[in-house]
Structure formats: structure tokens, C-alpha cells
Design a protein around this ligand. Structure first.
Ligand code: AMP
Length: 284
């Protein structure tokens, strides 16, 4: 496995990779969710490129950029064990954002709700860094997780609108045994918070069960999620949503596919999770 710490080094190593190239962008502190995407790329027969970059522009000044967990040595070992060919891990933020940097990619519409409403500059940072990564890596396929469902929809729009010749491939959300979606941010949870956090998956299960029993009223489904999460004193809801999958507008009465999603704080740690209705339907 080759490791590039600068864009210049990366470009010369990238040239030597056989096509097709599959790309897995990450912010590091890897878990099985990330690694499942590298595995998918490998199983698809691609050369596998991963990036590890804690992208500062997708964090608001009040958020956890400095505290974001990092363990580069372990990440590289894990990627190597998955058969990754090349890792881009810029040593400084200047590689991507040198002094005077001033170009931004703003996907409109679907970035204004849900995560975008709670974190107004977040998707601008994500779309900008992903566009830059696509330009540098020039992958044939890019692998993203359904765990960040709205982000995946934003990337789909970005690929279409900016004419990237890249196939978007989504991997399912990988969970701990008790249902908690894997996330680098789970490392912030205290033992009590960690014990409480599976309530998120249970609230999604409840919505799936109600839907399968014939319930289609959006407010009833949202209330059911909220009520269950509210039974957990350590959980503070940021939002619960049952939205039309195409527009991400809150659904009055569900028709077609819906994105059921939530963001909940445990102390300072903000966790997100989601499911698609009908159960098992694809996000894109
Ligand atoms: P991050 O390092 O959080 O930016 O995530 C990098 C990629 O891994 C994104 O495409 C995420 O959607 C994906 N990812 C994160 N957590 C999971 C998970 N639990 N299951 C599947 N994919 C995930």
C-alpha cells in the first residue's frame, strides 16, 4: 500500500494504478463502516484509493474539529489489511486550503433541511472537499455510506450537476451488535451514554413496524420516534424526520419512498441515524 502525504506525491502514484479505480473518502478513525466500503470497492474489482482528511470546512467554529478523534497509524494498518492500494492523507490543511483559498461548491435545495438546517455551512464544506477530492483522485466509482443518507443525496446531485464521470456506490449502515450505527463520534460517549444510545435504532425500528402495520401519517410516525427517544433521559433530540426521499420535505402522508432520519445529542455528542421506507428500499 502506498501512502501520499501531498497532492503532488499522490498524483504520481495514482498514475500507476490500473483502472477501474474505486475511491473511499473518510475523515479517519476508521471502523467497520468505513472498511466495509473499501471491501466493496475491492470486491468490485477496482484498485482501491482511500483518503483520510479531517476536512475543516465542514465543521462550524462551534463544532468538534480539534477534538475529532484521530489514529493515523491504526487507520493505515486497517486499510492495508483490506487490500487498499493507495491512501491520500494530507499532512497539513494547506494542501487543500492554501492561503487565499476562496472557491466553494454549494449544492442548493436538499442541503437546506435536516442536517443542513442544523449545520448551515456543513454541506458546503462537504461538497467542496468532495469535488476537490474527485478532481485529484479521478475515480471511476466513489463509495459512500447510507449512514450519512443526506450526504449521499448531496453527492449524487454534485456528480450530476458538475458532470463528474463517476459512479456513486452506496454501502449499507454497519451497526454494533446492539444496533448503534458505527461512527467515529461514538468514541466520545461515556459508558452511560453508550448504554443509552441504541434507543436511536429502536426508534427507527418502531417507525418501520408502524409503517408495516399500515400507518402512513408523517406526524404519527414522527411522534412515535420522539416519544421513544424521550424515554431516555440522556438523549436530547435535535430533529426527527419522516421526509419524501426525493425532495426531503417532511411528509404529511407517505407516498413512495421516505427517508426516516434523526439527530440526537448525548451530552455534547451529536449522533445521526436513518432508515428508508419501505424497509430495504434503496436510497438512490
Ligand atoms: P466519515 O469518516 O464519517 O466522513 O465517513 C466516511 C464514509 O464512511 C462516509 O461515506 C460515511 O457515510 C461512511 N460511514 C460512516 N459510518 C458508517 C457506517 N456505520 N456504516 C456505513 N458507512 C459508514
Amino acid at each position: 500500500m502506498n501512502i501520499a502525504k501531498t497532492l503532488r506525491e499522490f498524483r504520481s502514484l495514482r498514475e500507476q494504478l490500473p483502472s477501474p479505480v474505486g475511491f473511499v473518502p473518510t475523515m479517519g478513525y476508521l471502523h467497520d463502516g468505513h472498511l466495509s466500503l473499501a471491501r466493496m470497492a475491492r470486491e468490485d474489482g477496482a484498485s482501491v484509493v482511500a483518503s483520510i482528511f479531517v476536512n475543516p470546512t465542514q465543521f462550524a467554529p462551534t463544532e468538534d474539529l480539534d477534538a475529532y478523534p484521530r489514529d493515523l497509524k491504526r487507520d493505515l494498518e486497517l486499510l492495508e489489511a483490506e487490500g487498499t492500494d493507495l491512501v491520500l492523507t494530507p499532512e497539513t490543511n494547506d494542501e487543500f486550503y492554501p492561503a487565499g483559498y476562496d472557491t466553494w461548491v454549494d449544492v442548493a435545495g436538499i442541503t437546506r433541511v435536516l442536517e443542513g438546517a442544523s449545520r448551515p455551512t456543513h454541506f458546503r464544506g462537504v461538497a467542496t472537499v468532495v469535488a476537490k477530492l474527485f478532481n485529484v483522485v479521478q475515480p471511476d466509482r466513489a463509495y459512500f455510506g447510507q449512514k450519512d443518507a443526506q450526504q449521499a443525496l448531496v453527492i449524487r446531485q454534485l456528480i450530476r450537476d458538475l458532470n463528474f464521470p463517476i459512479e456513486l456506490v452506496l454501502g449499507p449502515t454497519i451497526r454494533e451488535d446492539d444496533g448503534l450505527a458505527m461512527s467515529s463520534r461514538n468514541a466520545y460517549l461515556s459508558a452511560e451514554q453508550r448504554t443509552a444510545a441504541p434507543v436511536l435504532r429502536r426508534s427507527l425500528d418502531r417507525v418501520e413496524a408502524l409503517y408495516e402495520g399500515g400507518e402512513r401519517r408523517g406526524n404519527v410516525l414522527r411522534d412515535a420516534m420522539q416519544e421513544l427517544i424521550d424515554t431516555e433521559p440522556l438523549a436530547t433530540i435535535d430533529y426527527v424526520s419522516v421526509a419524501n426521499l426525493e425532495t426531503l420535505e417532511e411528509a404529511d402522508v407517505l407516498e413512495g419512498k421516505a427517508l426516516v432520519s434523526l439527530a440526537v445529542r448525548f451530552g455534547k455528542t451529536r449522533l445521526i441515524d436513518n432508515t428508508i421506507l419501505p424497509r430495504g428500499a434503496s436510497l438512490i
